[in-house]
Design a protein around this ligand. Structure first.
Ligand SMILES: *Cc1c(COP(=O)(O)O)cnc(C)c1O
Ligand SMILES: [Zn+2]
Length: 443
């Protein structure tokens, strides 16, 4: 069977564009494109057949199908030849059973999908493997692509740099100066990417990179390039597989540029269209109050939307005021009976720390999602009986400055309720035991 996919305009214009064309927006109306799969071809295999196939390939050593992205290649990007796939065995991230945290906040069936446990420490790997593989494919077909570039709040650049380094392709990353963590800055440097640190914010970097790419034949790797969405949508398929093909009730996703919430919705819709699942979950997008254009639009029932000037937030990867995928996200949220909630700096930091007390290790963006969950449970918009999945987007160790600042109680606007600091002592038996039993409440 020949599986096929192509780009089409999300605004509904006619026209199909090949996945190996260098095109990100509709040439007729300027809307974003999305990848459309040939559903009739996909339906030639039964729903059960797809489940069995994905299960058999999952985490296997059969390259490239052991990657949870490429194990679903027919539904992701059938146009790439296996020899051009650039993969780090993506996906397969743990579904953490947050039993203790759930009990403490009043959700009986709470899970955290650990998408940050990956090669470069964020879910961005899931989409970048598809994009860079397609670039390698285009270069092998003779297309002239001197480099691949992106604007980034830190994690996209890390993923782009790593995958390009693997493939021997030049990467150029545009970062807002002093607005990414040290670890996030080191990642593209270590992988040899040309790293431009600009005196602006993410939205400013985004504008310049688009201009540079358009005028210089450089390939754009931001999530307006919908190839990345195709990789990220496998989060949904993998999650449902982890629940033995049971659909969870609610999924909470932190949102910045809004590609990931769109991707997760797209994954569910594809499974639904193919009969692999028979209902859809509710999707919740969680935003930082400091960068909340989607939340403000939600308050108007999505009737109005205005970009905002994003303000400084600890959740630096979602400090975005002008999300590129706003239209896709709104469409998905409407289809999924979605909700949007926001979190203040104090709420996100304490939510992350609360979760950490129950064995997690949460980046500030995951903190935004957790805080949104806590608020929606308190408002009774999520019931205790529902199965809830929080998408954890990055490995917390990339944000050590955040965690240390939290525990030292020196984050602006945050009162650290769960601060835990080392007790400094001389190496003296009595002083040490005294400290231990004081702490244990038995002194
Ligand atoms: C990119 C990113 C997000 C936001 O994803 P979008 O697709 O931009 O909405 C959230 N958390 C982390 C850690 C990220 O790197
Ligand atoms: Zn169009």
């Amino acid at each position: 069977m020949q599986f096929k996919a192509w780009f089409k305009c999300i605004g509904g214009c006619s026209g199909q564009y090949n996945l190996n064309e260098i095109i990100y927006k509709c040439p007729k109306c300027g809307s974003l494109l999305e990848v459309q799969h040939d559903l009739e071809a996909l339906k030639t295999r039964s729903a059960q057949g797809w489940k069995d196939l994905f299960y058999a390939r999952y985490r296997s050593s059969e390259w490239p199908y052991g990657s949870s992205i490429w194990g679903k290649k027919e539904m992701v990007c059938p146009a790439v030849a296996n020899e051009n796939i650039v993969s780090t065995y993506e996906g397969g991230s743990n579904m953490f059973w947050a039993e203790r945290l759930g009990r403490e906040i009043g959700v009986n069936d709470l899970w955290v999908k650990q998408c940050g446990n990956s090669h470069t420490g964020s879910f961005k790997d899931l989409g970048m493997t598809v994009l860079v593989s397609m670039v390698k494919q285009m270069i092998s077909e003779g297309k002239d692509i001197p480099a691949v570039a992106c604007a980034s709040t830190g994690d996209t650049s890390a993923a782009l740099a790593a995958y390009c380094a693997m493939a021997g392709i030049r990467a150029i990353v545009f970062l807002p100066r002093h607005k990414v963590s040290n670890t996030q800055l080191i990642q593209p440097l270590a992988n040899g990417a040309l790293t431009l640190s600009l005196d602006t914010d993410f939205d400013g970097c985004m504008q310049i990179v688009q201009d540079v790419c358009q005028k210089n034949n450089i390939y754009l790797a931001n999530s307006m390039n919908s190839l990345r969405i195709e990789g990220q949508k496998t989060i949904s398929i993998e999650m449902v597989q982890q629940f033995d093909w049971d659909v969870p009730d609610v999924i909470v996703v932190p949102g910045g540029n809004l590609g990931n919430i769109s991707a997760i919705g797209k994954g569910f819709l594809l499974m639904y269209d193919l009969g692999m699942i028979n209902r859809l979950p509710r999707l919740v997008c969680a935003q930082a109050e400091q960068a909340n254009p989607l939340y403000l639009s939600y308050l108007t029932g999505f009737k109005e939307y205005h970009p905002v000037q994003a303000k400084k937030t600890l959740a630096s990867a979602i400090q975005i005021g002008q999300p590129v995928s706003i239209e896709k996200a709104v469409r998905i949220l409407k289809r999924f009976d979605g909700m949007v909630e926001q979190a203040s700096e104090n709420e996100l930091a304490n939510a992350a720390a609360h979760a950490d007390r129950t064995g997690l290790m949460s980046c500030p963006h995951t903190g935004v999602a957790l805080a949104a969950l806590f608020k929606l449970v308190a408002k009774k918009k999520i019931s205790p009986r529902e199965r809830v999945v929080v998408i954890s987007t990055a490995n917390a160790l990339k944000f050590a400055e955040f965690q240390l600042g939290y525990h030292e109680n020196r984050l602006n606007g945050v009162t650290s309720r769960y601060s835990n600091l080392p007790i400094e002592l001389p190496a003296d038996y009595d002083r040490v035991t005294n400290a231990i039993f004081t702490a244990l409440g038995k002194a």
